[in-house]
Structures are given as structure tokens and as C-alpha cells.
Design a protein around this ligand. Structure first.
Ligand SMILES: *Cc1c(COP(=O)(O)O)cnc(C)c1O
Length: 419
């Protein structure tokens, strides 16, 4: 590839060579001073795909004209609505179709899957997490432990970066798992840490957890739709994610989950049940006894949440067209270019804390400002750039490859240069 250049014509040339550039047109952009904003916040809430409105309208129409018959008739019978998204989702996370389902939202699903897979016994009851995990995950683990009568302060083992470092070293994580092995019931990591943007080696963490007899679970909120993963081949036990970040399915959209085949097809794997997880053949027979489906769908509890899933279904059509491997390829280049441009900024005192290696990050760079992070963030906002700020001191910049361009990265750089 030609060496990067910090000039607009270079960025525009990169865009003209980008076969995915046209996907930008498939999204609505918020406006600032009569122009599209530069949207670097897809790690928090993805933009609205243009095909969502018609998709919602379609289901409103089915409800309006069919009433309860909409469960069986119309273009997308609701009885199976959650199944329409499992195949495209399975491709994004490297799973079999039967290993994936959608329901509820991320933290609820995390609780439900921890109830299935966290099996404390004797001295094996501890849960290992990365220090500085997303608050919701921390609360979920803390309250789960309290529920079982453990002291979270003692039962949660956090892996922390070395002194004066901000990232976790892979070898330190594996070492910690080995060290605490006999006490570990569960190793639960974010696939990408939300604050640093660090992508963890999930294959190695899973292998290390299994080596000591622990379960390996991941929160893929910042991974799904961003970095392709191979959950099945890596032998991950379970994973959960939300659909409103890189998946662009809108605020509060339905969450997704993965249960490895070896647990999913085993109907004896413990879980909390409800009618939608029950085998369809016996669901309405009114017989005693929950008979779960022999798939991740056996974790469904309630009726398909049609209106929470519509936008995801529409959005996944774009992922199907683009292909996650091509998206990842573009994403690596886009993030590299942004990082290259940022290194040309001498006017501001900040440090990129996200790992420099493309294999250790997704579409997100975290700029740590010792001072002035808020001020810089306010100036970006005033100039039509949407990024977000996370205490302490970090501006997160996420050029999502479906709707961000090389020119966007250049414009961002141009504006930051003037601050
Ligand atoms: C965004 C995010 C969540 C959000 O959880 P919800 O239950 O969907 O509100 C959880 N964990 C991580 C790591 C996140 O980034």
C-alpha cells in the first residue's frame, strides 16, 4: 500500500479506491450547520440505516391489517422473528446458527447466562475480570456474587495493568488465570475494553480458563460488528452483546448471545426457562415440564420482541452485503490512517492509549488528555464532530467503516489542528 500522507487529496484518493465507500449513503446523519456531522460515536450508538424506517412501517402494517394473525402471516411472521437475525449474526461472531439467539438486552442476558454457567462449588467460586470493566458488568458480577452469599470484594479477582501502564499484557492475564486457577469458576472479560479500546486475545484467555477448569465468557458489546471473532472454534463457553453500537440497531435494541454448541444442544444445561425457549412442538400442550430447544434458542424466555428486532434485521442486511472481513480490512486501514494523522498533531498534549497494533484493537482510538480533555471534546462538538468523552480524561474516536471515510478522518485532523 502507498504510504499515508496528511493531505486531503490523499484521503479522497483512498475513498475513491474504497469499494465500501458507497455504504455511507445507506445511513442518516445528524446535521450540524446544514452539513452531515462527522460521526465517530458508533461505539456508543450507531447511526440509523435508511432501510430501518420502511422495515418498522412494514411490521406496523402487519399489526394494523392482520392483528394476531401477524404471528403466522405477512412478509415476516412474528412467531419466528428472532430467528431471522441469527444467521447473519452467527457469521459476525464465528458461530453456528444454533449457537446464537437474540433476546432482552445485554446486561439481562449476562445475568441469565451467568446463572447457567457460574457454578460455584467448594473453593472454586471466584470470578476473574479485567480491572476497569464496563460498570454494568461490574454491577452484574457483584450482585450475582451477593445473591450466592459471597463477598464480592474477595470473590472478584481483577487483573490490573502493571505500574505506569494503561493496558493489560496478554501474558499477565494468562498468568493470573493460572495463578488463581483452582479458585476460578468463571473468567469474564470484555472482548474490547470500552475505555482503552484494547482487544483481548479471547482464544488464549478461553484456553487458559479451560486449562484450570473454569468457564470462559465474554462481553462483546464493542466487538460484534466491529471485529470478526471465531467463538465456536475458540471454544468460548458463552458471550453476550448489544446491538445498538457497531450493529446500528438503535437505542435499546434487542441483545444477542452465543452459547457454544456443546452446551447449547445439551438440554440438561441449567437455565431459567420460559415458553419461547420451549420446544415448539410441546409449547402449547399444557404438559408439565420445561423442554428447552436444543439450541441457544432454548435460552429464550419471552415472546419475540418484534419492534426491538426490526432495526437489527434491517441493519444486518448491510453487513451481509458488505461482508465482515471486508469491513474489518477497511476498518484497520481507516484506524491506522487516523492514528497516523494524530501523530502529526503537535499542538495538543495527549497520548493514544489504545494499542498501536491493529490486531489488538478495533475501530476505536482513545485519546487520553492529562488536562483539557473536556475542553477539547466541547470544541469538537462545536465543530460538527461527534465523539465521546469518558472520565477520566479520555476522548474516544471510533471511525466505523460502514459510514466513515478517510476524508472524515482528515477533516477531524484538520479541526483538531486548529484547537
Ligand atoms: C455498552 C455496554 C453494555 C451495555 O449494557 P446494556 O445492558 O445494553 O445497557 C454492557 N457492557 C459493555 C462492555 C458495554 O460496552
Amino acid at each position: 500500500m502507498t504510504p499515508f500522507e496528511p493531505i486531503i487529496s490523499f484521503a479522497q484518493q483512498m475513498d475513491s479506491l474504497d469499494e465500501l465507500a458507497g455504504f455511507k449513503e445507506a445511513f442518516h446523519f445528524p446535521q450540524h450547520d446544514g452539513r452531515d456531522v462527522i460521526y465517530f460515536c458508533g461505539n456508543s450508538l450507531g447511526l440509523q440505516p435508511r432501510n430501518v424506517e420502511a422495515a418498522i412501517q412494514q411490521e406496523l402494517e402487519s399489526w394494523k391489517t392482520l392483528g394476531v394473525e401477524g404471528y403466522f402471516h405477512g412478509p415476516n411472521p412474528w412467531l419466528y422473528y428472532h430467528d431471522y437475525v441469527t444467521e447473519p449474526l452467527a457469521k459476525l461472531v464465528g458461530a453456528q446458527k444454533q449457537e446464537v439467539t437474540v433476546m432482552n438486552t445485554l446486561t439481562v442476558n449476562l445475568h441469565l447466562l451467568m446463572l447457567s454457567f457460574y457454578k460455584p462449588s467448594g473453593k472454586r467460586y471466584k470470578i476473574m475480570m479485567e480491572a476497569g470493566a464496563f460498570p454494568s458488568d461490574q454491577y452484574a458480577v457483584e450482585t450475582l456474587l451477593l445473591h450466592y452469599g459471597y463477598n464480592p470484594g474477595e470473590a472478584i479477582i481483577e487483573v490490573t495493568p502493571r505500574e505506569n501502564e494503561k493496558l493489560l499484557r496478554d501474558e499477565d492475564i494468562l498468568q493470573a488465570i493460572a495463578e488463581h486457577g483452582e479458585h476460578l469458576a468463571l473468567v469474564l472479560f470484555g472482548g474490547i475494553n470500552y475505555y482503552t479500546g484494547q482487544l483481548f486475545n479471547m482464544a488464549a484467555i478461553t484456553a487458559a480458563a479451560h486449562q484450570v477448569g473454569a468457564i470462559a465468557g465474554f462481553d462483546l458489546a464493542h466487538v460484534t460488528g466491529n471485529v470478526p471473532v471465531q467463538l465456536h472454534d475458540w471454544n468460548v463457553d458463552f458471550a453476550v452483546w448489544c446491538s445498538y453500537k457497531y450493529l446500528n440497531a438503535g437505542p435499546g435494541a434487542i441483545g444477542g448471545l452465543f452459547v457454544h454448541e456443546r452446551h447449547a444442544v445439551n438440554t440438561a444445561t441449567p437455565r431459567l426457562g420460559g415458553w419461547w425457549g420451549n420446544d415448539e412442538k410441546t409449547r402449547f400442550k399444557m404438559e408439565k415440564g420445561f423442554r428447552p430447544k436444543a439450541s441457544a434458542g432454548g435460552w429464550n424466555i419471552s415472546t419475540a420482541q418484534v419492534f426491538n428486532t426490526v432495526a437489527l434485521k434491517a441493519s444486518l442486511e448491510l453487513f451481509e452485503k458488505a461482508g465482515i472481513d471486508k469491513l474489518r480490512n477497511k476498518s484497520i486501514n481507516l484506524t491506522k490512517y487516523l492514528s497516523f494523522l494524530l501523530q502529526h498533531l503537535a499542538n495538543l498534549d495527549f497520548e493514544i492509549i489504545t494499542p498501536p497494533e491493529p490486531g489488538r484493537r478495533g475501530a476505536q482510538l482513545c485519546l487520553y488528555f492529562k488536562q483539557q480533555g473536556r475542553v477539547v471534546h466541547d470544541k469538537l462538538t462545536a465543530n460538527g464532530i461527534v465523539a465521546d468523552y469518558r472520565e477520566p480524561g479520555v476522548i474516544r474516536v471510533a471511525p466505523a467503516p460502514l459510514y466513515c471515510s478517510f476524508e472524515d478522518c482528515y477533516r477531524f485532523y484538520e479541526i483538531v489542528k486548529t484547537i
